[in-house]
Design a binder for this molecule. Structure first.
Ligand code: CP3
Length: 336
């Protein structure tokens, strides 16, 4: 498995590649299955259909990594918080008022279908394709739980972090526990490695970044590595900026996803020598295609040659990306 080789620190050329949100609305076959499922949550909880949409981009583009089809907000739903996806608007949750509204006990039963998807996907994937299990990191998941939606910069979460840090701590404590159990279940079901999505790392000032971002991620990595020696974990602390080096050193992640604004040479200087990077093509280029995309891809490839690197975007692929550009991207990488 090329992707696991890279996570083990071996340079592989051309680099293994996959794309965040590689299963999704830019694919007509995804939209067809999504329509069959009725809604997004039903799709995530239907092992037959979730397996199908996980495999669609692998069949079409031959990515080296296959990410489980699910969502970071399935976990709060499993802990008892209401969740719906308003058509074209993204997730909506009733903003959490007390940590005691959540219960850990019932969660494994609620997310059991997802473990069936992991097992199905692993059984169906080519041997050389790495199955990536994932969860949202606690602070990012808490942002949606406390604000009830994205898109507004999470004002309630940021205010609570100052005014009621005990509440935020209680929520993060539960999420950290629940995430360890949830990711362990994915490993047990057949995931080959794991990724922690800290999409909103960049909204926290340094003291809160240490407490809410670094510490929960560190505990999750520590617990999973203690139980699963050798397991590889990728972190994605989006927009961490100058906190990136400290995030990598203190959490103990093996690899880190770089967002579009991060210069790889600067990231290399800030992180431990053996850190593996993943990323960080601007998803907009994948929409534009043509020479803008091709030049940027070649420049990125040149900058990671001889290094263990996983080719990816700096954030998720958008629904307006033409499939032909994805096919061309993979061609350029393979010819590198
Ligand atoms: O292909 C994959 O990457 C695997 C599946 C996956 C999804 N979401 C599917 C999805 C993964 C790994 C995620 C992670 C996720 N979900 C994150 C972290 C990464 C990131 O993108 O920043 C976040 C913040 C979420 C929460 C979430 N889910 C939002 C804000 C939205 C709405 C935005 C949108 O694109 O509509 C979702 C919905 C979602 N998650 C879709 C998919 C394919 C679209 C749902 C649909 O079909 O309508």
């Amino acid at each position: 498995m090329k992707l696991l080789q890279v996570l083990n620190g071996e340079p592989v050329w051309p680099p293994p590649a996959w794309l965040m949100r590689q299963a999704g609305r830019y694919l007509p076959e995804y939209k067809a299955v999504r329509a069959q499922a009725g809604d997004f949550i039903s799709l995530c909880l239907n092992p037959v259909l979730a397996t199908e949409v996980t495999l669609q981009p692998i069949r079409k583009f031959g990515f080296d990594g296959s990410i489980l089809f699910s969502d970071i907000l399935i976990l709060p739903m499993a802990l008892g918080q209401g969740l719906r996806y308003a058509e074209g608007e993204g997730p909506r949750l009733p903003p959490l008022q007390k940590a005691t509204e959540l219960t850990l006990e019932k969660a494994p039963g609620i997310y059991a279908p997802i473990m069936q998807t992991v097992a199905n996907v692993r059984a169906a994937l080519p041997r050389e394709t790495t199955l990536i299990g994932f969860a949202g990191s606690p602070a990012t998941v808490a942002c949606y739980m406390l604000d009830g939606q994205g898109g507004t910069g999470f004002p309630r979460t940021r205010q609570l972090a100052y005014e009621n840090p005990g509440f935020v701590d209680d929520v993060l404590e539960m999420l950290t526990e629940a995430t360890i159990t949830y990711l362990q279940a994915q490993l047990d079901a057949g995931a080959d490695c794991l990724m922690l999505f800290e999409t909103w790392a960049g909204i926290f000032p340094p003291a809160q970044f240490r407490k809410f971002v670094i510490e929960p991620n560190r505990r999750i990595v520590e617990a999973l590595k203690a139980k699963n020696p050798g397991v590889k974990i990728l972190g994605f602390p989006r927009l961490a900026g100058l906190m990136l080096g400290e995030y990598v050193r203190k959490t103990g992640v093996d690899a880190v996803g770089l967002d579009t604004v991060t210069d790889i040479a600067l990231a290399r200087a800030a992180c431990p020598e053996n850190t593996v990077f993943q990323g960080n093509l601007d998803p907009l280029l994948l929409k534009l295609g043509g020479s803008a995309m091709e030049d940027a891809v070649r420049t990125l490839l040149a900058s990671v040659k001889t290094r263990p690197h996983i080719f990816n975007l700096g954030h998720g692929i958008t629904p307006d990306v033409p499939e032909a550009n994805v096919a061309r991207l993979m061609e350029i990488i393979r010819e590198a």
